[in-house]
Structures are given as structure tokens and as C-alpha cells.
Ligand binder design. Structure first.
Ligand code: PGA
Length: 258
């Protein structure tokens, strides 16, 4: 059970999927059947669909997120999109440091930290992703990796700067693989991450910070994951592309559901 002061957040990361029509169909289906959820719900379409989806979300509690951003506001950065542009396009949040960005596009902890600073300056809610690879887990380096990633991204702020930050623990071996961390593995990692945040910025910030789990979250496993005390929500990839399944995840049931 998530602590009562941390509102559960379910975020759908659509990755590089969806024509404008597909994006509109998906979001319309979500809006139609969502009702008024007690949890916070976010969708992150690709850049091209942000404004279309944003328009369709205008009267809905679902909030809009981007999947990445550049740390400068504007300039000669071909192919990049800035936080200022995301804000202008109606974004509420932005995903930063996703493992696909880290692995394929060179996002280091230092880059993630710069993006985080720029996102906060734009008053975007940052969803900062961290997580170990299979090799790191198998060689008992999970905690070391998480510590390095948390410190690398979050260093150099005042605690008050970070009050809106959301972390997402996404073990790389669980992303898109159908292999989910067990609830115990997720809880252990989330508690460790929360302690790292407490070590850096104190208990008050750490206790208020939401830590999402990501990696093959499905309608079948969301309830047991969300039953863990330090799992405050989910970052959902593949399963967020199917409205019925995503809505079931949004409406997860845990023994102490609110
Ligand atoms: P998945 O992706 O749910 O398809 O494993 C999660 C993510 O990458 O955020």
C-alpha cells in the first residue's frame, strides 16, 4: 500500500508508436472510459502527437507528458525539442533518462541532471528513470548502480527544488521483455532508492517522493506490485498502448486501495 500522502501515479509511455490517428483513437478510448480516477494518470505520446493528444485531453483528468527533452531552451540543436517547447505544447510532465535513451542515445547521468534542471525551470514534472541491467543485477551491482544513478541525476539542487520530482525504477531486464521484477524485488529497490534520496536531501523529501515501478507492468501483475509500500505507481510501456488493459492498470486493486 502506497503511503497515503503519496498519490499513486500511473503513466503510459507510448515510446515511438502511433500515427496521429492512432494516438487520437487511443486517447479518445481512454478518456471515454476513465471516469474520475482517484489516481493520477499521465500519457506520454511521441513528440509529433503531443498537441493532438493535448487537445483531446483538455476536459480530462489525464495529463500530458513528453518522453524526453533537451536542456537548452532553444538554438542550433538539430532534431531536439526543448522543455520550453514542451510547456508551450501543453505538457505537464517529461520522462528523463529512460534506459532506452541511456543505452541507445548516450544519455549519461550528467545529461539527465542537466535535463532535470531545465525541466524544473520550466515547471515540468520530471519522471526520472533509473534501473540496472541484467548483468549488473547478476553481478550483485544493483544497489551500486541505483546509488550512482540517483546521485548523478539529483545532485546539485535544494530539497525544495525537487518536491515535484517522480522517480521510476525500471530494471532494464524487465523492460519490454515480459519479465517483471517480483513484488519483493521491486519493494527492495524502491526502499533502497528512497533511502538514497533521504541521504541526499532528508527524510521529508524522500517520504513525499513518488517512486514508480516500470518493466512489463500488465493488468495481471499491477495489483501485487502496487501492494508494496514503496511502490507508488507504474510507468507502463507496451501495455499502455491498449486502452482496456491500460485502464485496468490505472484502476489497480490493492488490499488497501484508497
Ligand atoms: P514495458 O516498458 O512496460 O513495455 O516493459 C516500460 C518502460 O520502458 O517504461
Amino acid at each position: 500500500m502506497t503511503a497515503p500522502h503519496r498519490r499513486p501515479l500511473i503513466a503510459g509511455n507510448w515510446k515511438m508508436n502511433g500515427t496521429l490517428k492512432e494516438a487520437a483513437d487511443l486517447v479518445n478510448a481512454l478518456v471515454k472510459d476513465l471516469g474520475s480516477p482517484s489516481h493520477e494518470v499521465i500519457v506520454a505520446p511521441p513528440f509529433t502527437a503531443l498537441t493532438v493528444v493535448g487537445e483531446l485531453l483538455k476536459k480530462s483528468p489525464i495529463k500530458l507528458s513528453a518522453q524526453d527533452m533537451h536542456w537548452e531552451n532553444s538554438g542550433a540543436f538539430t532534431g531536439e525539442v526543448s522543455g520550453a517547447m514542451l510547456k508551450d505544447a501543453g505538457c505537464h510532465a517529461v520522462i528523463l533518462g529512460h534506459s532506452e535513451r541511456r543505452r541507445m542515445f548516450g544519455d549519461t547521468d550528467g545529461v539527465v541532471q542537466k535535463k532535470l534542471k531545465a525541466a524544473l525551470a520550466q515547471k515540468l514534472v520530471p519522471i526520472v528513470c533509473i534501473g540496472e541491467t541484467l548483468e549488473e543485477r547478476e553481478s550483485q551491482r544493483t544497489f551500486k548502480v541505483l546509488e550512482t544513478q540517483v546521485k548523478g541525476a539529483l545532485t546539485g539542487f535544494a530539497p525544495s527544488d525537487l518536491s515535484t520530482v517522480v522517480l521510476a525504477y525500471e530494471p532494464v531486464w524487465a523492460i519490454g521483455t515480459g519479465k517483471t521484477a517480483t513484488p519483493d524485488q521491486a519493494q527492495e529497490a524502491h526502499l533502497f532508492v528512497r533511502k538514497q534520496v533521504a541521504g541526499l536531501y532528508g527524510d521529508a523529501l524522500a517520504q513525499g517522493m513518488r517512486i514508480l515501478y516500470g518493466g512489463s507492468v500488465t493488468p495481471e501483475n499491477v495489483d501485487t506490485l502496487m501492494a508494496q509500500p514503496d511502490v507508488d505507481g507504474a510507468l507502463v510501456g507496451g501495455a499502455s498502448l491498449k486502452p482496456i488493459g491500460f485502464l485496468r492498470i490505472v484502476n489497480f486493486k490493492s488490499p488497501a486501495a484508497h
